[in-house]
Design a protein around this ligand. Structure first.
Ligand SMILES: [Mn+2]
Length: 368
């Protein structure tokens, strides 16, 4: 009797029976989960169908880690601007869905395939094949299952890509994982090139990165349990999400939102460690009709278009407005003003603890 995984695979492949060339779309600025998932689907389609398949993205691969991942693993991605959409007779979406505004699926095109782990979007129902499982920690886990069911060879490079996709998406299995994620991770470990993972995780950073980081820190204010970062213009949109990730690590902080302008769009990232708050829903409400947003329970991203010609002052005002909406939404009292990150007291509790330990001679001062 065919397993559920085999049935899923056969149902997916059946939708492409008459297709010649498939466009596998990631989200705009693809992260490791999206890149590895698309790459795995491309491999499956090349082996198991008569169609050719390309991995296509619409934005920019910004993070140093992601650029190095693509380079070291030899993943071929094509920018959407370089393809002719008439060359393709089928579209497949991974780690994203139609109608989310975070992928370059052309208006009016109904995708053949949607495989995703974000909450289901209404437009997805029209796809010939959908597999949307919001409980799963990483899309790469789903594509690993398809790859196994398809019987394709998962070589060291593909294994490393999928492993890194799961690892980075789930913070090393520490965030929103299911049994399937753990199984895929464990299965992949023996085949992974650990040296490549290590080099990706310690990718060289440009001086431009530190300039941007400096600006991000200077543009950050603390509003009780919330941190807001206004970055101004950024040279890559991933900087916005990196900043939100970093600021959530500030002690006593449960929410972080970062905003920056890239290519005429205002990019927004929201992170939370509060299990009572659904990040995707909160950001959708905050952005409202101004733009698009979506995400998971702990992380979300959004975009407000039309900031290309706006003066930076107007964009900053829009950021302040989004910040105020978030403060209201999270019901943070006395949060409207905020304190600049660099003006907040320099003696935080953790520093006091370290000093006390040093005074008592219980901390080895030679380390660290
Ligand atoms: Mn994902």
């Amino acid at each position: 009797m065919p397993s559920l995984k085999d049935k899923r695979l056969e149902a997916m492949l059946a939708t492409l029976a008459a297709c010649r060339r498939v466009c596998v779309l990631t989200h705009y600025n693809p992260d490791p989960d999206s890149i590895s998932s698309a790459w795995a689907l491309q491999r499956i389609l090349v082996v198991r169908t008569k169609a050719r398949a390309e991995v296509v993205y619409g934005g920019i691969i910004g993070r140093a880690e992601n650029q190095l991942m693509v380079h070291r693993l030899g993943i071929e991605l094509i920018h959407y601007n370089l393809i002719a959409r008439s060359d393709f007779d089928a579209f497949a979406l991974v780690d994203t869905q139609p109608g989310t505004g975070n992928n370059p699926l052309p208006e009016g095109i109904v995708p053949h395939i949607v495989i995703d782990h974000h909450p289901e979007e209404p437009a997805t129902a029209a796809a010939a094949y959908q597999d949307v499982r919001p409980g799963i920690g990483a899309a790469a886990t789903m594509l690993y299952e398809y790859a196994v069911a398809a019987g394709i060879r998962i070589d060291a490079m593909l294994a490393t890509a999928l492993f890194y996709g799961i690892k980075s998406e789930t913070h090393n299995l520490g965030r929103g994982v299911t049994r399937a994620d753990v199984d895929a991770y464990v299965d992949l470990v023996p085949r992974v090139r650990k040296d490549i993972i290590s080099s990706i995780e310690h990718a060289p950073l440009t001086t431009a990165y530190f300039v941007m980081l400096d600006r991000a820190i200077k543009g950050t204010t603390i509003h009780g349990p919330l941190v807001l970062s206004v970055l101004g213009n950024v040279d890559n949109p991933d900087m916005v999400s990196e900043c939100a990730d970093l600021m959530l690590r500030l002690e006593h902080v449960n929410y972080a939102m970062a905003m920056g302008r890239f290519n005429g769009d205002l990019c927004v990232s929201f992170r939370t460690s509060d299990p009572a708050v659904e990040a995707g829903e909160v950001l959708k409400a905050v952005v409202g009709r101004d733009g698009t947003a979506g995400g998971h329970s702990e992380m979300a991203g959004g975009m407000v278009e039309g900031h290309g010609k706006a003066a930076l002052g107007a964009t900053r005002a829009a950021c302040r407005e989004l910040g105020q909406r978030l403060i209201k939404r999270l019901r943070i009292r006395d949060g409207a003003e905020g304190v600049p990150l660099l003006k907040s007291p320099d003696t935080t509790p953790s520093q006091q603890v370290i000093r006390a330990l040093l005074r008592n001679g219980t901390t080895d001062a030679r380390t660290g």
